[in-house]
Ligand binder design. Sequence first.
Ligand code: AMP
Ligand code: ZN
Length: 465
Amino acid sequence: MKLYNTLTRKLEEFKPITAQKLSFYACGPTVYDFAHIGHIRAYVFNDTLRRLFEFKGYDVNHVMNITDVGHLSDDADNGEDKMEKGARKYGKTVWDLAQYYTDFFFMSMDGMNILRPKVVCKATDHISEMIELVKILFKKGHAYETKEAVYFDVPSFKDYGKLSGQKGEEKEQAVRDDVYADPEKKHPADFALWFKRIGKFKDHTMHWESPWGDGFPGWHIECSAMSMKYLGKTIDIHTGGIDHIPVHHENEIAQSEAANEVPFVHYWMHYHFLQVEGQKMSKSLGNFFTIEDIKKRGIDPMAFRLLLLQSHYRQPMNFTWQALLATQEAYRKLKAEVKVLRDQIHIMRDFMPDVNLLATFLGFLENDLQTPQAVALLFTMIKSHRTAEEKLSFLTDADALLGLQLLKEEEEIDVIPSEVIDLAKQRNIAKEKKEYAKADELRKQIESKGYKVEDTKGEYTIKKL
Ligand code: AMP
Ligand code: ZN
């Protein structure tokens, strides 16, 4: 299997630390706002990677953190804690905010058929592990304390910058003049391991006792501490978005390798962004859609999964509703064909599965997750002249790998039938034209099919009765 390793900037043959075992850490969400479909792209990628290893018989230890403290509005140490900001915006306590958006995140992941990580670890549950790690960094001469914070001493770690190819000194220029900097900070690239509850953070809601006084951890230390706790000092694969390469992951490497003196990660994998009109879809830009927006347009989340798999994870992907609607049609047809196949077979007769076909399919995925080629093969195969048995046998494997729920019975999935969607559209048009009698009639027709439409501020939602 070949994977693109950001560290070496090469496609590399994958070699596990322990045969048939995979230690896998995925950077998780910061739970201060809704998980959006950009996050879904990120975690569908993680899920597909995991499914591939599991299909190949690996025992995958998949760990993901939940950031619920310490992530400042600028990925470096500037600005405000995102959680505090979110709490103010939504009028909730930081703890309620974290719970609410963690629940929303997992609802979105479950809805996308993304397998839950084996370990989900919250930063706020691991403060003592972070403190222990910072103590080691002090002991080994990689940390120092100021009146305001504890910092990692970047020049003390000679490999700093090896992931992004950016040297610590280059970061000097990257620091903006308009942001406040701790006057005692020795080097602009030094980053916080612990913030004290003084100065701009004197009212910080989340805080804990530490050898350096009352305060809270910096963002990066959580991933080093939790990865070490659950997966050991050196792990096989660590993933994240490309935004994490220059700061967050560079800092994770510095902390982990300075403390443990062994390589932290063998394969670093980074996915590109889901964009809207050329810009990263992000919580801070406010240009995002969630899984709820997909569902309320009557689109099956699995159609969105199919759309995601049709682009390679290292390429940016531009999101449009038009493309999603077209994929919804393709997905619907695919499911219909699977249904026809199933109706043809009541008992699987003896047959010889085409091992070459599966090998080709797997070969695409084993080539740095070339999901677009795998999906194309799936479409070609279903139109081929193979027997229903052969097709279904292949589809069972393909579905385990791609997670598209192709073999799940229609009724089990909460899909709104296309005729109901059409009726709802017509009803909306009638309403806009003020043809209320017609709109009422259409509503009745929708209800007779077991659905209802709810109107909210010019939009409508279709729900089961
Ligand atoms: P955050 O919640 O911002 O800490 O992000 C959690 C993960 O989702 C990180 O690995 C990000 O890189 C990734 N992510 C955030 N926005 C997007 C996007 N628009 N497209 C793809 N991945 C994203
Ligand atoms: Zn992380």
